[in-house]
Design a protein around this ligand. Structure first.
Ligand code: C2E
Ligand code: MG
Ligand code: MG
Length: 738
C-alpha cells in the first residue's frame, strides 16, 4: 500500500516535471523568437535608412536611369529577405509592408504607383512592429519564469514526501545513526571506500552489495548478482568469525558486532576488513543484517610492526626477554607433561673483550652471527630469544635439551668472520628441565644457576641444573650484595706474604693478598669472592682499594723500617681492572702520591686471564711498563700459554704455578723436567722466576738447584698481617746478625 502511494507520487512528480518543462520551453522559445524579431527589425530599420539615403541621392541626380532604380529596389528586397528569412513568423502587417518594401522606398521616382508609401509611413510601421515584438518577448519570458518557479515548488514537495516514504535504505540512513555503534551509517553508505552488504533476513546470502565492492575488492558488482556469497572474498580461516558475528547479531534485535577479518581481492592480494554488523531486521526498508566494512590493512600492519618492536630485539630480530617469558608461560600452560619443557640459557665467553677491543660495531656483528646460528640450530617450535647483552635463551619442547645445548655450544665455538678478521667467542650453557611446579621465574633462575656452574667449570661447557646449584646461587647473590656493603665501608684487609731470594734467603719484598673479615668473625678467602667480583665488575673498586692500600704500606715500610728502602710489593690485578678506563693513570697517581719508585711495584696477572686476551691488554701492559712498573705472569704453567704468546707479552717475571712445585714431591724426572724447561725458558726470555707454594725444604733445594731466583711458600713464610710482617722482617735481621 505504502509502495503504491510512493509510486503514484513518483509518476506525478515525473509528469509535473515533463509538462512544466514543455510549457517553459515553449514560452522561452516564443520569447526568443519575439526577441530575435525585434533585433531583425532593428537591422531592417538600419538597412532602410541606408537605402533612403541612396534614394535621396538618386532623386537629386537629373539623369537617373529607370533600370538603376529597379536595381536598387531589387537590392533592397534581397537584403530584407536575407534579414528576415522566416517572414512567415512575423506579424501580418509587417509581412505586408515587407512584401511591398521595394515600392515605397523608390516612391518619388514612380509617382502614381498604388503601393506607394512614404518614408515616414514605412518607419512608423516598422517602429510599431518592433514595439509589439519586444513586448511579446518580455511577456513570454515572464510567463516562463513564473512557470519555472511553480514547477520547482511542486517537484521539491514531492521529493520531500518521497524522502521520508520511499527507499528503505535511505530511510535507515536518515534515522539509524544514533542507534548504530559508532554512528553515521549514512555517511558510510555514501563513502566510496566502504562496503555495504545486506544479508537476507534468513541469512541465505547477500541481498545488497554496494558498488564500492569494485573499488575495494576488485570484484565486478555483477558477480554478486549471480552468486551473492561473501565466501567469494573472505579468507577461509576467518569465515567462522564472520559467520559467528552475523549469527550473533541476527539473534539480537537491534544488535551490533564488530569483527576484523581477512579478505582477498580478485587479484589474490590480502587485506584486513573491519566490519560492523548491525541487525536491521526490524527496519522495514532493510529487513536484513547490514554490514559496513572498511579496509584497515595499513592500521593492522602498523599495529603488527609496533607489536613486533615491543616483542623483539631490534639488533638480532630474536624474541626479547618480555616476550620470551610470555612464550614460556604459554608453553607451560599448554603442556601437560612439564618434563617436556626445557630452557637453555647461554652466556657468551669473551664477548666483552671483543666489544672493548674491536668496538661496538664488531660486537653487534658477533651478536647477529650468534643469533643466526641459534636460529639455524633450533626448530620451528623452539623460541630463541636474546635476553639482553650477550645472554641468549632457547625454549625447547621435547626431551633432548642437553643434546641441543651441546650442539649450540659447539656451533658457537666456531670462529666468526668479522671485517676486522676472524674472532672466537665461546658460550656457557645452563639447561633446566621444567617440573610440575615450574614457573618462568623459577626456570630462568635455575637455568642461570646451571649456566653459572658451566662458566665456573671453564669455557664452552653445558651444565644441567641440579638443586644444589640453587643453594650456590642464593649464596652467590647474597655474597654479591654483602660485597657491595663491604666495598662501601672498605671492610677488607690485606695480608702480606714475604718473597725471599732463594740463594741467600733475603726478604725481597711481599705479595699483597686480600682478606675479607666477616661479621661472624670468619675470614673469607679471595678464591671465594674474587671470581664473583670479577663477574659483577665489583673487582674494579676492590682492586683500587688494594692498590692504594698496598702501595701506601710499601711506602710506610720503605720509610720507617731499617733496610726497608729496597723492599718491593707484588699486587694482584684482574684483567677487568686492566680494561677499565684510566687504570694506567690510576697506578701513576698512586705511585706519585706515595712517592714510591715504580720499579718497586710488580703487578701480577694470572696466565689464564691473559690467554686469549687482545692487543688492548698488551697495550695496557706496555703502558704500565712504560711507567717503570714490573709485570708478572701469575700461576704460570696452569694455562698453557704458548711460548710465542709469552714472547709477545710485555712481562718481567714468571711466577711458576704451585702445581709444578707440588709435583716435585713425586720425585719424578718428569716433574723436575717441567720446572727445568720453565726456568730455562725464563732465562732465554730474560725473565725473573718466582716459585710459588714452597712447602718443603726439599722443594726449596731443588728449585735452588734449578736456578730459580725467588720463592714464596708456607715453608718460607705464610701471608702475614702488617704487624706480623714487620716482626718477620726484624726477626730475619736478628737471624742475619746472629
Ligand atoms: P696467587 O696470587 O697465586 O696467590 C698465592 C696464593 O697461594 C695465596 O692464596 C697464598 O695464600 C697461597 N699460598 C702461598 N703459599 C702457599 C703454600 O705454600 N701452599 C699453598 N697451598 N698455598 C700457598 P690466597 O691468598 O688465598 O689467594 C688466592 C688467589 O686469589 C691469589 O692467587 C690471587 O690470584 C687471588 N688474589 C688474592 N688477593 C687478590 C687481590 O687483591 N686482587 C686480585 N685480583 N686477586 C687476588
Ligand atoms: Mg699472585
Ligand atoms: Mg699464584
Amino acid at each position: 500500500m505504502r509502495h503504491r502511494c510512493a509510486s503514484v507520487l513518483v509518476v506525478v512528480a515525473v509528469a509535473v516535471s515533463l509538462t512544466g518543462a514543455a510549457v517553459v520551453s515553449a514560452s522561452l522559445q516564443r520569447a526568443h523568437v519575439a526577441g530575435s524579431l525585434a533585433a531583425d527589425l532593428d537591422r531592417i530599420g538600419t538597412t532602410a535608412a541606408r537605402l533612403h539615403q541612396q534614394q535621396d541621392r538618386l532623386a537629386l541626380g537629373a539623369e537617373v536611369a529607370p533600370d538603376e532604380v529597379m536595381g536598387l529596389n531589387r537590392e533592397l528586397s534581397d537584403e530584407l529577405a536575407e534579414v528576415t528569412p522566416e517572414v512567415g513568423d512575423l506579424d501580418p502587417a509587417l509581412q505586408a509592408l515587407l512584401r511591398t518594401s521595394a515600392a515605397p522606398v523608390v516612391a518619388p521616382s514612380s509617382p502614381g504607383d498604388p503601393g506607394v508609401r512614404s518614408t515616414e509611413e514605412f518607419r512608423g510601421a516598422l517602429d510599431a512592429a518592433k514595439a509589439r515584438a519586444r513586448s511579446e518577448a518580455d511577456a513570454a519570458f515572464r510567463r516562463a519564469q513564473v512557470l519555472l518557479w511553480v514547477m520547482t515548488v511542486v517537484v521539491l514537495a514531492i521529493v520531500l514526501v518521497l524522502g521520508v516514504r520511499v527507499n528503505g535504505l535511505v530511510r535507515v540512513a536518515v534515522r539509524r545513526p544514533s542507534r548504530t555503534a559508532d554512528g553515521h551509517l549514512w555517511a558510510r553508505v555514501a563513502h566510496d571506500d566502504e562496503l555495504l552488504l545486506v544479508y537476507h533476513a534468513d541469512l541465505r546470502g547477500l541481498r545488497y552489495v554496494s558498488p564500492s565492492i569494485e573499488r575495494v575488492l576488485g570484484f565486478p558488482l555483477a558477480d554478486f548478482a549471480i552468486d551473492p556469497d561473501p565466501r567469494r572474498f573472505l579468507v577461509e580461516e576467518d569465515l567462522q568469525a564472520w559467520n559467528d558475528a552475523v549469527a550473533a547479531t541476527t539473534s539480537e534485535p537491534g544488535g551490533h558486532r564488530r569483527v576484523t577479518v581477512r579478505a582477498r581481492r580478485l587479484d589474490g592480494s590480502e587485506l584486513h576488513l573491519e566490519a560492523d554488523v548491525t541487525n536491521l531486521l526490524d527496519e522495514p526498508g532493510v529487513a536484513g543484517v547490514a554490514i559496513n566494512a572498511r579496509d584497515i590493512s595499513s592500521r593492522v600492519h602498523l599495529e603488527a610492526d609496533l607489536a613486533h618492536q615491543a616483542t623483539h630485539d631490534a639488533l638480532t630480530g630474536l624474541t626479547n626477554r618480555l616476550q620470551f617469558t610470555h612464550e614460556v608461560n604459554a608453553v607451560l600452560a599448554d603442556t601437560e607433561d612439564h618434563a617436556e619443557v626445557a630452557i637453555v640459557l647461554l652466556d657468551l665467553d669473551g664477548f666483552k673483550e671483543i666489544n672493548d677491543s674491536l668496538g661496538h660495531g664488531a660486537g653487534d656483528d658477533v651478536l647477529v652471527t650468534v643469533a643466526a646460528r641459534l636460529a639455524t640450530l633450533s626448530r620451528r617450535r623452539d623460541c630463541v630469544a636474546r635476553l639482553g647483552g650477550d645472554e641468549f635463551a632457547v625454549l625447547l619442547v621435547g626431551d633432548h635439551a642437553e643434546a641441543v645445548a651441546q650442539r649450540i655450544v659447539e656451533a658457537l665455538a666456531e670462529p666468526i668472520e668479522l671485517v676486522e678478521g676472524p674472532v672466537t667467542v665461546g658460550a656457557s650453557a645452563g639447561v633446566v628441565v621444567a617440573d610440575a611446579g615450574s614457573t618462568v621465574a623459577s626456570l630462568l633462575r635455575d637455568a642461570d644457576a646451571a649456566m653459572y656452574d658451566a662458566k665456573r667449570r671453564g669455557r664452552n661447557r653445558v651444565s644441567v641444573f641440579e638443586p644444589a646449584m640453587h643453594d650456590e646461587l642464593v649464596e652467590r647473590m647474597q655474597l654479591r650484595s654483602e660485597l657491595d656493603a663491604a666495598i662501601a665501608s672498605e671492610a677488607f684487609t690485606l695480608v702480606y706474604q714475604p718473597k725471599l731470594g732463594l740463594e741467600d734467603g733475603s726478604v725481597e719484598g711481599f705479595e699483597a693478598l686480600i682478606r675479607w673479615p666477616r661479621r661472624d668473625g670468619s675470614v673469607t678467602a679471595p678464591n671465594d669472592f674474587i671470581p664473583i667480583a670479577e663477574r659483577t665488575g665489583q673487582i674494579v673498586p676492590i682492586g683500587s682499594w688494594v692498590l692504594r692500600t698496598a702501595v701506601a704500606q710499601l711506602a710506610a715500610w720503605q720509610r720507617q723500617l731499617p733496610d726497608g728502602a729496597s723492599l718491593t710489593m707484588a699486587i694482584n690485578v684482574s684483567t677487568r681492572q686492566l680494561s677499565a678506563p684510566g687504570f694506567v693513570d690510576e697506578v701513576r697517581r698512586v705511585l706519585v702520591g706515595n712517592r714510591v719508585e715504580p720499579t718497586a711495584v710488580t703487578l701480577e696477572i694470572t696466565e689464564t686471564a691473559l690467554i686469549g686476551d687482545t692487543d688492548e691488554a698488551v697495550a695496557v701492559l706496555s703502558a704500565l711498563r712504560g711507567l717503570g712498573v714490573r709485570i708478572a705472569v701469575d700461576d704460570y704453567g696452569s694455562g698453557h700459554a704458548s711460548i710465542a704468546y709469552l714472547r709477545r707479552l710485555p712481562v718481567d717475571v714468571l711466577k711458576i704455578d704451585r702445581s709444578f712445585v707440588a709435583a716435585l714431591d713425586e720425585r719424578t724426572d718428569e716433574a723436575e723436567g717441567y720446572l727445568r724447561s720453565i726456568t730455562e725458558l725464563a732465562r732465554t726470555l730474560r725473565l725473573d722466576t718466582v716459585a710459588e707454594g714452597i712447602e718443603h725444604e726439599h722443594q726449596l733445594d731443588q728449585l735452588r738447584a734449578l736456578g730459580c731466583s725467588s720463592g714464596q711458600g708456607f715453608h718460607l713464610a705464610r701471608p702475614l698481617s702488617p704487624e706480623a710482617a714487620e716482626r718477620f722482617l726484624s726477626g730475619r735481621r736478628r737471624l742475619d746478625a746472629a
